[in-house]
Design a protein around this ligand. Structure first.
Ligand code: XMP
Length: 545
């Protein structure tokens, strides 16, 4: 199922279910660009920038790309990524030589530039000219008006981000310099006749402000028309689901999060009532959450939905448990049992839907540059399909998160669902450090609801990656009216983040914090002290447990 997950102990999705990744996706008949990954930390950003320009692209590690792969993928253009290796080292990564004879445009970035030069007959020297950070590139030669420079250099030069150790000392035959910087005389080189381009810097990162235009110019020159839209994807995905499922039945674990919600609505469009959703209510949801999810999917979308209210089971098992890992493991184990119990009741189900996203399935090149590709572990429920003998349906596996949101809008899901902050699988259990009691959960739900209401009222919800309250396992003394109180303290947490891997606390105004604290203490019986958590991640984590 579920795109809900329970943390690192969760088994990674089985390799078998990902076997399809070793060869190109056949999902789409869009114009396709291939990114050959040599292990740069920022390869995913190349794909992001291209997708934003409505160019369909896939990232594949260099180890998987041979001549047969290239023929099967039939890319309209190829980008060679950066990477940590040095082409001067024996056995360092290369592109298949056949690539350069395919007659298609190729762009080499950083290490990719050096691969191109080396394989096409130029020379690269190791080491002594390290250059990191900001640099300025100016056009060179008579190429300023070429299509590759459209909209660029209007101010004479462009800021770029360099990060390299080696450098090209002799251009491959046919190449000439078309852009230089103080530290990199061969910053941009081209064999314009063959549409081969090579850049020393990284156009994909935000620190290269016009990098998006540079990449887009390359794709235009390769004939991409920007045909990758969510409206087209919706139709293709529906056809694909129908072809895969035939007249079978699908089970989908619904968490109410954006991924599982979009997957469910899409699959329902494809196969109607042969989809059944299972919504496991573990008693650790936020205020009104179960009603909202059930109302939306069962009542509004008419999707067959089992509301598995198993709160007694979960809260019973968590009674007296205060260790964070034990909590997570208990919830994870029960979740699988419960999901399986309900799934078993759906007769004839052969498929399990998962809201797996593209970043979950991109294989990354091992940093050592060795031949073994590692697969990024991710948090979706693994093991379950095998255990239950189910085949996976993963209609979002080619999409990035913001594309899933766009698809959700295309499917008519309300913004209130699409823009929701992430909510962890173990739910409020990890926002209630120490022992979990029903009383504490109720207090926490109310405080959280007031905090989120404040954030919405002040128009801040969409600026924040995630915001929530945690109830602390401590009671403190206060005074209300003339009476002494002895109640719980709560901590408010709100962070900005791009991917949840790093985060910073959100800089609320003191007025906002004061008003929110007053409201919580006035409106929530059981809390008499409010604190604001200003820890960044690292060293903190976003959740409290
Ligand atoms: P941390 O606390 O690790 O959280 O900084 C990073 C992001 O991951 C979410 N999170 C989880 N999501 N199952 C989930 O589905 C989990 O077990 C889990 N633990 C943390 C967290 O809410 C934040 O968005």
């Amino acid at each position: 199922m579920p795109t809900t997950d329970f943390g690192p102990f969760w088994p990674a999705l089985s390799l078998a279910s990902r076997a399809g990744l070793a060869y190109p996706s056949v999902m789409t008949d869009h114009q396709r660009l291939l990114i050959i990954d040599f292990g740069s930390q920022v390869t995913q950003l190349i794909a992001r920038r291209l997708r934003e320009a409505r160019v369909y692209c896939e990232i594949h590690p260099y180890q998987n790309v041979d001549a047969a792969f290239l023929r099967a993928f039939a890319p309209r253009a190829v980008i060679l990524s950066g990477g940590p290796a040095s082409v001067t080292e024996p056995g360092s990564p290369r592109a298949p030589q056949e690539l350069f004879g395919m007659g298609i445009p190729i762009l080499g970035i950083c290490y990719g530039q050096q691969v191109m030069m080396t394989q096409l007959g130029g020379k690269v020297e190791a080491g002594h000219h390290r250059e990191f950070g900001r640099a300025y590139v100016e056009p060179a030669g008579a190429h300023t008006s070429d299509a590759i420079f459209a909209g660029l250099f209007t101010g004479g030069r462009e800021e770029v981000w360099m990060s390299h150790g080696d450098r090209v000392t002799e251009l491959a035959p046919g190449f000439e310099v078309i852009g230089t910087s103080a530290g990199a005389p061969l910053a941009i080189t081209a064999d314009a006749a063959r549409n081969f381009y090579a850049v020393q810097f990284h156009p994909e990162v935000h620190h290269t402000p016009q990098g998006r235009v540079m990449l887009q110019n390359f794709t235009r020159l390769a004939g991409f028309t920007g045909d990758w839209t969510m409206a087209a994807y919706r139709d293709e995905a529906i056809a694909q689901i129908r072809a895969q499922v035939g007249d079978g039945r699908v089970i989908c674990g619904l968490s109410g999060g954006v991924d599982s919600s979009v997957a469910a609505v899409l699959i329902h469009e494809a196969i109607g009532d042969r989809l059944t959703c299972v919504f496991v209510d573990h008693g650790l949801l936020r205020q009104n959450e179960a009603e909202e999810v059930v109302g939306m999917f069962r009542d509004h979308y008419n999707i067959p939905l089992i509301h598995a209210d198993e709160s007694e089971l979960f809260l019973g098992a968590l009674d007296g448990v205060s260790d964070p890992e034990t909590k997570r493991k208990t919830i994870g184990r029960l979740f699988i049992d419960v999901f399986q119990k309900y799934a078993d009741r759906i007769e004839g189900a052969e498929f399990l839907a998962q809201g797996t996203l593209y970043p979950d399935v991109i294989e990354s090149v091992s940093v050592s540059g060795g031949p073994s590709a590692t697969i990024k572990s991710h948090h979706n429920v693994g093991g379950l399909p095998e255990k239950m003998g189910l085949k996976l349906v993963e209609p979002l596996r080619e999409l990035f998160k913001d594309e899933v949101r766009a698809l959700g809008r295309e499917l008519g899901l309300p913004d209130s669902f699409i823009g929701r902050h992430p909510f962890p699988g173990p739910g409020l259990a990890i926002r209630c450090p120490g022992e979990i009691t029903r009383d504490k959960l109720e207090i926490l739900r109310q405080a959280d609801a007031v905090f989120i209401d404040q954030i919405r009222k002040h128009g801040l919800y969409d600026e924040i990656w995630q915001a929530f309250a945690a109830i602390l396992p401590v009671r403190t003394v206060g005074v209300m009216g003339d009476a002494r109180t002895y109640d719980y303290a709560c901590a408010l947490r709100a962070v900005t983040s791009v991917d949840g891997m790093t985060a910073d606390f959100y800089p609320f105004s003191h007025e906002f914090l004061g008003e929110t604290a007053t409201r919580i203490i006035n409106e929530v019986k059981g809390i008499n002290r409010v604190t604001y958590d200003i820890t960044s991640k690292p060293p903190g984590t976003i959740e409290w447990e």
